[in-house]
Design a protein around this ligand. Structure first.
Ligand code: ADP
Length: 505
């Protein structure tokens, strides 16, 4: 491997279903990858837990495999990206979790959330945190833990219990954990901004939010910029190869912010959309947080470089996009492979009057309609599978266009990644419905790349965002077709179908 003599960066991508380690060279190219899945635990309907020890064990395994693939040479720095909001408490003396991690999808805190909303309203913390009160965010999961883990509050007050999201857990263990001499308990601003405890303007834990949730400040991690030297690997204490000893951990970003950073969608008006099971769309709003609860979007920190002001974003999550394609494949037997939807949808020139609103579990951003359920409207005897396949792809594109419109920002292009972004027809529809170009990159590893970029900037491998922008290898670009009439008609058709899904739950 020619890269052997060169410096490289190691990204740890601690995701919802698996943990990956990826080595990147100074050009941002992938050199080696290792991956391990972890168990999903579903003790009750709506509950999702993970064993944090298994995740740390998998992290050690994949890091070890990648370092071995790099001939045992240590990376110049490590960056971490992670599933966001997933909440863990652990004992710093033993390093043992006090409960399974409660995963972001978990809705067990809903009854607690309802009570808080009765008291302060759904937007009671919006001005401070940028977020609505919702089970999605860490604080409500922590509140549930306080009520169900015996002695947790006393332990937290006495310094015997720490809180962290998965970045913090991985960082704490990398830097030595219970046996380290300079173990670091910290997180970055992007992860902190998903807890419902963080003041997004002051960049510190909010006393009001801490008082509201009765969270002792002592259990919270320190918060640093995303690109920053957080600490260094204590190889012996962490149980990692000795070659890694002293390697700085120099970047942390939550997964969606990391994808935007890896796409270098970092300037005001830059936007990225990740098309996976669901979709996550971020629109960068620059150095001012935009807080507009009526828009139905979350205000979040996009990234922060050391010594600089943070950059903010509006974020919309869409529950069902790629999973609509899965549903056509698995429940309706339309095709064998998700990618086959493209050829099927191309058999026809339009949707034949069909519109699908895939509100399988209600609608997320920007509508927030838990009472919605899926509908297919406009069926006639003329309609074929191909029309329905086309309508499914259009539904993915319409929902994304609605998030961009809700952001109130003029975007100049949409950068895309994720499994369904390989679908050319979908990307063309997206460009047409948005009226702006859609830009793919040549790499699909944008999330891990974002963490590597943040780490590389902090240790001087790169100097600024312009340098990263030059590294970005653009893939295919989809220009919007200039037929405004069709666009207006299709958007009106969608707007008409959407409310027909309301009130069905
Ligand atoms: P996740 O990270 O959420 O698991 P991925 O980024 O791996 O998701 O994307 C997988 C999703 O993308 C699946 O829901 C699948 O149905 C959808 N998908 C994959 N390939 C295509 C394609 N060519 N066209 C449309 N959807 C696709």
């Amino acid at each position: 491997m020619t890269g052997n003599a060169q410096q490289y960066l190691l990204a740890i991508d601690q995701g919802t279903t698996s943990t990956r380690a990826i080595a990147f060279d100074a050009a941002g190219h992938t050199l080696a990858v290792a991956q391990r899945e972890h168990d999903q635990v579903f003790p009750e309907p709506g509950w999702v837990q993970q064993d944090a020890r298994q995740i740390w064990h998998n992290t050690c395994t994949v890091v070890g495999e990648v370092v071995e693939a790099m001939s045992g040479r240590p990376p110049a720095a490590i960056g971490i990206t992670n599933q966001r909001e997933t909440t863990l408490v652990w004992n710093p003396e033993t390093g043992e979790p006090l409960h399974d991690a409660i995963v972001w999808q978990d809705t067990r805190s809903q009854p607690l959330v309802d009570r808080i909303i009765d008291r302060i309203g759904v937007d009671g913390l919006r001005e401070i945190t940028g977020l609505p009160v919702h089970p999605y965010f860490s604080a409500t999961k922590l509140l549930w833990l306080f009520q169900h883990v015996r002695g947790l509050r006393e332990a937290a007050e006495a310094g015997h219990a720490l809180f962290g999201t998965m970045d913090t857990w991985v960082l704490w263990n990398l830097t030595g954990g219970a046996h380290g001499e300079s173990t670091v308990h910290a997180t970055d601003v992007t992860n902190a901004s998903r807890t419902l405890l963080f003041d997004a303007l002051d960049l510190d834990w909010s006393d009001d939010a801490l008082a509201g949730f009765d969270v002792p400040r002592r259990m919270l991690p320190e918060v640093h910029p995303s690109s920053h030297v957080f600490g260094s690997v204590d190889a012996a204490a962490a149980g990692l190869p000795p070659a890694l000893d002293g390697v700085p951990i120099a970047g942390i970003l939550g997964d969606q912010q990391a994808a935007a950073f890896g796409q270098t969608a970092t300037r005001p008006g830059d936007a990225k959309n990740t098309y996976g099971t669901g979709s996550f769309l971020l629109v960068n709003t620059g150095d001012e947080p935009v807080i507009d609860s009526a828009a139905g979007l979350l205000t979040t920190i996009a990234y922060q470089l050391d010594g600089q002001a943070p950059s903010y974003a509006l974020e919309g999550s869409i529950a069902v996009t790629g999973s609509l394609v899965q549903w056509l494949r698995d429940n309706l037997d339309f095709f064998d492979d998700a990618a086959d939807i493209e050829a099927l949808a191309k058999e026809v020139d339009d949707n034949g009057g069909v519109v699908i609103v895939p509100a399988f579990s209600g609608l997320f951003a920007p509508y927030w309609r838990p009472d919605a359920r899926g509908v297919i409207v406009g069926l006639t005897r003329y309609v074929t599978k191909a029309h329905i396949a086309r309508a499914a792809l259009e539904a993915i594109a319409h929902q994304s266009a609605d998030v961009v419109e809700a952001s109130g920002r003029e975007i100049s292009e949409l950068r895309v990644d994720g499994g369904a972004s390989t679908n050319d027809l979908l990307m063309q529809m997206q460009a047409d419905l948005l009226g702006v170009p859609v830009q793919r990159l040549t790499t699909f590893e944008t999330t891990a790349l974002g963490a590597a970029y943040a780490a590389g900037l902090a240790v001087g491998m790169w100097h600024d965002l312009d340098e990263l922008r030059e590294l970005t290898e653009l893939g295919r670009r989809f220009e919007p077709q200039p037929d405004e009439e069709i666009r207006t008609r299709m958007r009106a058709q969608w707007a008409d179908a959407l409310p027909r899904s309301y009130g069905l739950a």
